[in-house]
Ligand binder design. Structure first.
Ligand code: G3P
Ligand code: CA
Length: 253
């Protein structure tokens, strides 16, 4: 992947800023992403959703309720309607007027200055976002700067059929982690993304033996407990909600 990573860690663990620097600014805003890039993240994480008029935007929840001053399902808004919403005040008045960014705005803002860890998902059971995502990556010349992650095998398989060069990460739910069929995942993905408390050193070694990288995610509340453990297992990458702290801890190693 394009950007150079920090050389200061003993095993060079890749850092993914989960929803941007989400402890410092409202998640999934350009400001949160900008802070993450300034702090030296390797990747910014983007949770994709699609508007009623087919535009890809970055927002985690199915509804706008938690992270904006609006109400309702994201898929029922046009982009023009979503642009009227304030995506910053819920976090702090200082961020009043922040917008939900489109994927294109994020790509245009950061270009090749960072890498993008992009999560796809079916919407209402349909694989609607993959074609537009691949088109935008191609148009912006960013294929070497992107990893695509999903809990949906079908989404990743659809992407792999159209473009076998982009690295894909199969996210794993808590109760699937021990059941991963690595031979099946290997057919389309380059890595797996398990939930931190569900893995042990043996799992990481097993994935590495078959050539799958391990990208670990946390629940906000358990990151501080499990980060040192998973790093000791030799994982390849971690999502972090506390990027400033994680960068500091790793730079001390
Ligand atoms: O994408 C990995 C991790 O972010 C999964 O959890 O719910 O924050 O997307 P979520
Ligand atoms: Ca995510």
């Amino acid at each position: 992947v394009g950007c150079s990573q920090s050389e200061s860690q003993e095993e060079k663990v890749t850092l993914i800023a989960h929803r941007g620097a989400k402890n410092l600014a409202p998640e999934h805003t350009l400001t949160a992403y900008n802070k993450a890039v300034e702090l030296g993240t390797d990747f910014i994480e983007i949770d994709l959703r699609m508007t009623k008029d087919g535009q890809l935007i970055s927002i985690h929840d199915e509804t706008v309720d938690r992270t904006t001053n609006g109400e309702g399902e994201v898929s029922q808004f046009t982009l023009a309607e979503l642009e009227q919403l304030d995506a910053g005040s819920w976090f702090s008045n200082e961020y009043q007027g922040e917008k939900i960014p489109t994927l294109e705005e994020i790509f245009d803002t950061f270009g090749k200055n960072t890498n993008y860890f992009i999560e796809t998902r079916p919407m209402n059971g349909e694989l609607v976002m993959e074609d537009e995502l691949l088109r935008l990556i191609e148009e912006k010349g960013l294929k070497d700067y992107v990893i695509i992650q999903s809990f949906s095998r079908d989404s990743l398989k659809k992407i792999h059929q159209q473009n076998s060069e982009i690295p894909l990460v199969q996210l794993l739910y808590v109760n699937l982690t021990k059941e991963v069929r690595e031979d099946e995942v290997k057919e389309y993905a380059t890595g797996v993304g398990p939930y931190a408390p569900t893995i042990d050193k043996e799992f990481v070694e097993r994935m590495h033996e078959v050539g799958l990288e391990v990208y670990v995610w946390f629940d906000n509340k358990d990151e501080k407990e499990f980060m040192p453990k998973v790093l000791s297992y030799g994982v390849d990458a971690v999502f972090t909600d506390f990027l400033d702290n994680t960068v500091e801890v790793m730079s001390q190693d």
